[in-house]
Write a protein that binds this ligand. Structure first.
Ligand code: SF4
Length: 235
């Protein structure tokens, strides 16, 4: 029996804002991308995943998140662009913003940098529509993300940023369901070294252990329990 309800989902057919039949989708990670990729796929819109996240620290964490996203692209037959891991530029760009809180000015800089590269790639490769998976997370400020996306796309007259609210119509809940179904890696901090530092400080202030990177996967417990139940002989 399927533990998850995705098989019953009736997805609305998405219409792109500028009539484009393809999109270059910036992706931050597999869990955030899962439902958005499936929604776009189900609507018959061609998509390419653009993985440009030089903010993710350290490199091993970056590789895990990237490979998880690529694994899902391969499963759906969706092209995956593995962009630069130019961390020097990222650190240079956020210099002076190291102690900004999450959702603050450093995050605006971080989104700007990632979306500017996405928009440039779109411009150079004939895409007229971009968006990002970042907005689906309830930890993020969607308005901040959309502002950065629109600003980046405005550099090129032919490129638009799709400010679609991916959380609505059950998107946020399906994001978790898909993450569990696919057993995606479950990161416990946003991505940069400063978010790792601040999340650890927050946890320790509440008597919790520091983050253990690379060990947590969505749905692993449920699936483990399910397997045990299925392995158990009938009484
Ligand atoms: S907290 Fe997240 S969005 Fe903000 S700067 Fe760090 S990685 Fe970027």
């Amino acid at each position: 029996m399927n533990n998850f309800s995705l098989n019953d989902v009736e997805r609305p057919k998405l219409e792109t804002p500028n009539g484009s039949d393809s999109i270059l989708l910036h992706s931050c990670c597999a869990p955030c991308a899962g439902d958005i990729m499936e929604a776009i796929h189900a609507s018959g819109i061609q998509q390419t995943i653009f993985f440009y996240n030089p903010n993710i620290h350290p490199r091993e964490e970056y590789e895990i998140r990237k490979n998880e996203n690529k694994r899902f692209c391969d499963k759906l037959g969706i092209p995956f662009i593995d962009a630069d891991y130019d961390t020097d530029n990222w650190f240079e760009r956020v210099k002076g913003q190291e102690n900004e809180p999450e959702r603050g000015a450093r995050c605006t800089t971080c989104f700007d940098m990632r979306f500017e590269r996405t928009a440039l790639y779109a411009h150079e490769h004939g895409y007229t529509l971009i968006s990002s998976t970042l907005g689906i997370s309830r930890w993020k400020n969607m308005e901040q993300i959309n502002d950065c996306g629109v600003r980046a796309a405005a550099r090129y007259p032919e490129v638009d940023y799709w400010t679609y609210n991916w959380r609505k119509q059950g998107g946020a809940a399906r994001m978790i369901e898909i993450a569990k179904r696919e057993q995606f890696y479950q990161q416990e901090y946003c991505g940069c070294v400063y978010s790792l530092r601040d999340t650890n400080r927050w946890r320790m202030s509440r008597g919790r252990d520091r983050i253990k990177r690379g060990v947590k996967f969505y749905g692993a417990d449920e699936i483990h329990i399910k397997n045990i139940a299925e392995d158990k002989p009938n009484d």
